[in-house]
Ligand binder design. Sequence first.
Ligand code: GTP
Ligand code: MG
Length: 318
Amino acid sequence: MLSFVRNLKQKLTKTNSGFMGKIEETVKTRGKVDEETLEEIEDILLRCDTGVEMTELILDRFRAEIKKEKVSDPEIAQIYLREIMRDLLLAADEDHPDFFRKPEAKPHVVAFVGVNGTGKTTTIGKVAYKFSQMGKKVLIVAGDTFRAAAIEQIAIWAERAGVAIVRAQPNSDPASVIYDGVSSAMAKDYDVVLIDTAGRQHTKENLMKELGKIDRSIKKLLPEAPHEAILVVDATTGQNAISQAENFDKSIKLTGIALTKYDGTAKGGIIFNLRHNLKLPVVLLGIGEGIEDLINFRAVDFVKAFFSEEQKDKEDAE
Ligand SMILES: Nc1nc2c(ncn2[C@@H]2O[C@H](COP(=O)(O)OP(=O)(O)OP(=O)(O)O)[C@@H](O)[C@H]2O)c(=O)[nH]1
Ligand SMILES: [Mg+2]
């Protein structure tokens, strides 16, 4: 467990220094916590995609705390700030089922949707690998039939992960490929079905309709499926994740978010923003392009990795 957190911490170094690091720097350079410092912190939080409401919430609490505790030492003030951010993240860690739980249904069907290039196919590769490592019999369905290259790409991931794939000719109807995939999984006793879909803009009505058709074709076979529909969001451009989620959810009932490319983004605040503004939990965190660069997201582990130094600081300060 310790090594897991350490590893995560390492992967998050860049994200962390671009975010909390900047705040620390500001406070250090100014040497005091006055209104100007608070404004600079506000700026940094906003630039890191923390979102207007969440930033306000953080600053309101921060102001109140330093006033109440009469904190003037910037180092101590920072510890308070981190504690506030930590608590906000943990408070939002509501009881959502573990993504890699023992599936209640067989096959357990998971669809991945999202705008273009967010990391759907890559995430499916990683998820397939993890389920396969857990001893599950996994089938990937190549539901992105728009480009031959997309079919090739998911086929390579299936091979890497050592799992089976159902694929069709380019330009086949995605809903019928997916129908075939799910029925094949039912016939052949698969545990998990992972469905790749083509990237689509959430504002394109016809593409959203197609997603609804995909959803209905799955339900024809398994009324309870898909058991999970994951919206894949790119952390580096995640700002409009809120409207993406609203639109996708109208066509296919979303159950969670996979936040990808969280490694090396300077916009680490997005995770606070999503937590605050979406009813959906972040269930997966992509932290690289490799097959193992996936975190089964739990706020409590994330917080340990992201704020652990701060914890130590606090102990030192006490
Ligand atoms: N650094 C980093 N890169 C990632 C991560 N996830 C995906 N990528 C990269 O992002 C790019 C797009 O990933 P894909 O998996 O093809 O994205 P997609 O959503 O399937 O794209 P479309 O099918 O075209 O909509 C690739 O270069 C991936 O290697 C991640 O967690 N970290
Ligand atoms: Mg793809």
